[in-house]
Design a protein around this ligand. Structure first.
Ligand SMILES: [Fe+2]
Length: 608
């Protein structure tokens, strides 16, 4: 059984190939088109799969897509809209206005946040806009009508988008001769499927949380014996994804893209300062989440216009963690499940995942590495496979599921670019020594990673001993981040570095959860530890990436430290590099010290 999965076309479109219930290949269109979060039909990615695996349309059993057709999605959205009006009548919405009537005075807090200068700490708005935000947050009639207007607009835009992308999907499939193979899958079932079928757990509590999908913003299912049974759903607009997108945009960042910056900023302020106010957005009762007037974005704009970015971010992060934990804990208690598996854009929040792992009764956690919508093609295809014949959950050995280039292709590109390369006898040993000598090494090796993270094959590596590296390396790469770089750590050394790892080892192969650091990390790898004492490690095992493992082993031998900084190999706001050409270009633009391109080692210009 050979199935092609295609993720939603509205952003970051990915394609994958599934054979007999296992993922063989997966990649995002952005890596080939070189446009970050590329939307539309994935012509380049699908073409590359066809070429690589010698596919023709008749060799494909089905094509799975992670949304219903535009007509059904429109119906579900309209239903969500009218149901919300009914729920709104039952909710104690006045609590929200009461909180906004009594906002606390602004504290004269001083911050020292690398990458965030004093003048960018606050969102400055003209007085009339502030006035407008205040009125839309305190005056009930105004607030409700702002929400209604926002919700109706959303409905119009989302309905039109589904129509547009449906046409693109059908046109693309026709071009590949795949029109008659299309199978549509409920969006949250596709998230649930990628989480469960790649978890390796026969029994699991499956939780999905995102912005919107097939009428929902979240779901809880029970996976057992290869079957998924949904037991609860969060109807849209009870959307934790949109809640977090709103704070991201209100603080001046790009929603669906810069949420990680909010997580980073949150650690710099006391979350309790605005917690009560932001918490009043939600009612969580008996395993249900109700979000009060979500489409009135002015509540959040109002807070952002008054308080510092870290103060607002901290409250939103804590509310997200608390609401998600209350929701999951309720369903954990109802089911008694010990294995928690997660998917959906919201679970890209590594800090929230740490809190979910701490829920009493949860013993193991797994976050699907392609947790956002880009991974939904994998989920939809696995769901289709399971519907045809029962498949069993398995563990991904690794996520190196993207394209690979030959040595000849690398050598040809080096020659074309006029770069001289060495070919060391033991490239891993050479890279380890360079890292120990304080050099930045960009590593390009084997197949590219599936999902949003660089996990060693398209990574920039550096030692983690100097905390000031975060500022200067980000500046060099033209990035602004408020979380430190993540560490890659030898699998066997994990307990020396992090607390409470037991039960999260598998998911940590993919850098999906934060952990409190032990003193060893604080002392030896301060550059990879956040101000709150956490880090988001990638554990590197010999099985998952033998060559990267050898680099870390050698580095450990030389320095006694089993972790290095691992950050994505790309330039500012560009997709992670895919081809040797991309790698060489980013290496030159970033002025990096060394490039380890397959077996070749290239020294940067002017490097001592
Ligand atoms: Fe989603």
């Amino acid at each position: 059984m050979r199935i092609i999965g295609i993720s939603p076309l509205d952003k970051d479109t990915n394609v994958c190939l599934i054979e007999d219930g296992q993922v063989i290949a997966a990649l995002g269109e952005e890596r080939l088109s070189r446009v970050k979060m590329q939307d539309g039909f994935p012509y380049l990615a699908l073409e590359s799969l066809f070429k690589e695996y010698n596919l023709t349309a008749d060799k494909i059993d089905a094509v799975s897509y992670a949304f219903f057709d535009a007509k059904k999605e429109a119906e579900l959205m309209r239903k969500a809209h009218s149901n919300y009006r009914e729920e709104e009548k039952k909710s104690a919405i006045s609590e929200l206005f009461e909180k906004f009537q009594k906002l606390p005075p602004t504290p004269s807090q001083k911050y020292n946040i690398p990458g965030l200068p004093e003048e960018e700490l606050y969102m400055k708005k003209p007085w009339y806009m502030e006035k407008y935000y205040a009125m839309a947050s305190k005056w009930e009639t105004f607030a409700k009508s702002a929400h209604q207007k926002g919700f109706s607009n959303w409905l119009d835009v989302a309905t039109a988008d589904h129509k547009k992308y449906e046409q693109e999907l059908l046109a693309g499939l026709e071009k590949f001769g795949l029109s008659d193979k299309l199978q549509r899958v409920d969006h949250h079932l596709s998230h649930a499927s990628n989480a469960y079928y790649t978890s390796g757990y026969d029994e699991a509590l499956i939780v999905t949380l995102d912005g919107y999908g097939s009428g929902l913003a979240g779901s809880v299912s029970v996976g057992k014996g290869g079957k998924i049974k949904r037991i609860h759903s969060i109807p849209y607009p009870g959307s934790l994804g949109e809640f977090y997108e709103r704070v991201t945009s209100s603080l001046g960042f790009k929603p669906s893209r810069h949420e990680g910056k909010i997580v980073g900023l949150a650690a710099y302020e006391d979350p309790d300062f605005l917690y009560d106010i932001v918490r009043s957005y939600f009612e969580v009762k008996d395993g249900n989440i109700f979000y009060r007037l979500p489409h009135n974005i002015f509540f959040t704009r109002h807070l952002a216009a008054i308080y510092s970015k870290p103060a607002v971010a901290a409250a939103f992060q804590k509310v997200l963690e608390r609401v998600a934990c209350e929701y999951v804990a309720y369903h954990q208690q109802q089911t008694g499940m010990k294995n928690l598996v997660l998917s959906g854009g919201v679970v890209a929040n590594v800090k929230m995942n740490q809190r979910l792992f701490e829920i009493p009764g949860i013993e193991n956690i797994y976050v699907h590495p392609g947790m956002a919508d880009g991974g939904c093609g994998v989920g939809a295809a696995l769901w289709t496979a399971s519907a045809k014949k029962t498949i069993q959950p398995y563990k991904l050995n690794d996520v190196y599921l993207g394209p690979e280039y030959t040595e000849e292709e690398m050598a040809a590109e080096l020659e074309k670019q006029g770069l001289k390369a060495e070919r060391p006898e033991n490239i891993e040993k050479s890279v380890a020594q360079l890292l120990a000598d304080g050099k930045i090494v960009a590593r390009y090796h084997g197949r590219m990673e599936y999902g949003p993270r660089s996990l060693g094959n398209r990574s920039i590596l550096y030692h983690a001993k100097d905390p000031s590296v975060n500022l200067w390396l980000n500046t060099q790469l033209q990035r602004t981040e408020f979380m430190p770089f993540a560490p890659a750590t030898l699998y066997e050394e994990r307990d020396k570095c992090y607390k409470n790892m037991t039960g999260a080892e598998y998911t940590s192969l993919f850098m999906t959860v934060t952990f409190d650091c032990k003193d060893f990390m604080l002392e030896n790898c301060p550059a990879a530890v956040h101000i709150d004492g956490t880090a988001r490690p990638q554990l590197v095992s010999e099985d998952s990436n033998a060559s990267f493992y050898r680099i870390l082993t050698e580095y450990h031998k030389i320095t006694g430290i089993p972790s290095v900084i691992n950050t994505s190999f790309n330039m500012h706001e560009e997709p992670i590099v895919c081809s040797p050409y991309d790698a060489i270009r980013a290496f030159k633009l970033g002025n990096l010290h060394y490039l380890a391109l397959g077996p070749f080692l290239i020294k940067g210009e002017g490097v001592e």
